[in-house]
Design a protein around this ligand. Structure first.
Ligand code: S0N
Length: 271
């Protein structure tokens, strides 16, 4: 049986792979996997690695241990204007990570055990799919702790679970069980805690049997609908990538390099 193998060593995350599946684990269980700017920067680095490695097909995002997926921004390093990392600069770089998870052209699956809270719960939300253990609990705390996410955390949440529900989540700051989150369409599946990784890997295997290009375009199209011009840019970029691989696209490049007029006449004008 295959085992997880470390891809790269970091301070605040684990980054492993098993065949074509990569796993990024927030490794701060003593803080319920709260993230600092350094944690986020490490995750951005790992996601970019996954994006560039053509042998990785699916990425799992999770938290270390069974008590928490992620409890959001580490309140002990929250300064004025953002969270302060080892470079002493206050920033909200988790927004860059949210965007990266949206545009990375491979499915990202959140594997949630225990608490999924605040900015951590928004990371879960922006993942393409979520498999939760039956001990998972989902909560936004912003209005209680003096913060809010008015981007994906609010507007996109409203698209996923509906406006009334999303307002309830943010106005009341109550925890929701995995079953309640499932009923709302917030997550994809609930399984016993002991089975959550097995189930997640089964979903990965199913996805890996499918056309990566088809999946890439489906992800980009669904995101284009919600992400406006930035989403359209991603979808358009994917189309350009495919066009570059075509004889018609190559003819334009070759003609330029060969200092001749391109001959596009030979290419069919499909209906
Ligand atoms: C997660 C909770 C519910 C777990 O409760 P439990 O199991 O009873 O454990 P605790 O004893 O409470 O916690 C264990 C230890 O972990 C520490 N800890 C937990 N969460 C955090 C955290 N987020 N930051 C720092 N430390 C944390 C505890 O302090 C405890 O340590 P010890 O033992 O030393 O006391 C519960 O812990 C809880 O409610 N946690 C806080 C959840 C929270 O409010 N998170 C922050 C929400 N806000 C964000 O995430 C901001 C997101 C963001 O960056 C952002 C993004 C875009 C736009 C805006 C923002 C923005 O700034 O809002």
């Amino acid at each position: 049986m295959s085992q997880w193998e470390s891809i790269k060593e970091y301070k605040e995350i684990l980054f492993e792979r098993m065949d074509k599946v990569a796993k990024i684990t927030i490794n701060r269980p003593e803080k319920r996997n709260a993230f600092t700017p350094d944690t986020v920067q490490e995750m951005i680095d790992a996601f970019n690695y996954c994006r560039d490695d053509s042998t990785i097909g699916v990425i799992i995002l999770t938290g270390q241990g069974y008590l928490a997926f992620c409890s959001g921004g580490d309140q002990s390093v929250r300064g004025n204007g953002g969270y302060v990392g080892s470079d002493h600069v206050a920033r909200l770089n988790v927004l860059d990570l949210q965007h990266l998870i949206r545009i990375i052209p491979k499915p990202v699956i959140a594997m949630v055990r225990g608490w999924s809270v605040g900015g951590g719960n928004i990371l879960q939300l922006v993942c393409d799919l979520t498999i939760a253990a039956d001990n998972a609990k989902f909560m936004q705390t912003g209005p209680k702790v003096g913060s809010f996410d008015a981007g994906y955390g609010s507007a996109y949440l409203a698209r996923v679970i509906g406006h009334k529900r999303a307002k309830e989540v943010w106005f009341l700051c109550k925890p929701y069980t995995a079953d309640e989150a499932f009923q709302m369409g917030w997550i994809n599946k609930v399984v016993p805690l002991a089975d959550v990784e097995k189930e997640t890997l089964e979903w990965c295997d199913e996805i890996l049997k499918k056309s990566p290009t088809a999946i890439r375009f489906i992800k980009a199209a669904m995101n284009a609908d919600t992400d406006g011009l930035a989403g359209l840019q991603q979808l358009a970029g994917d189309s350009t990538m495919m066009f570059y691989t075509s004889d018609e696209g190559k003819e334009g490049r070759d003609a330029f390099l060969e200092k001749r007029d391109p001959d596009f006449d030979k290419f069919p004008k499909f209906p």
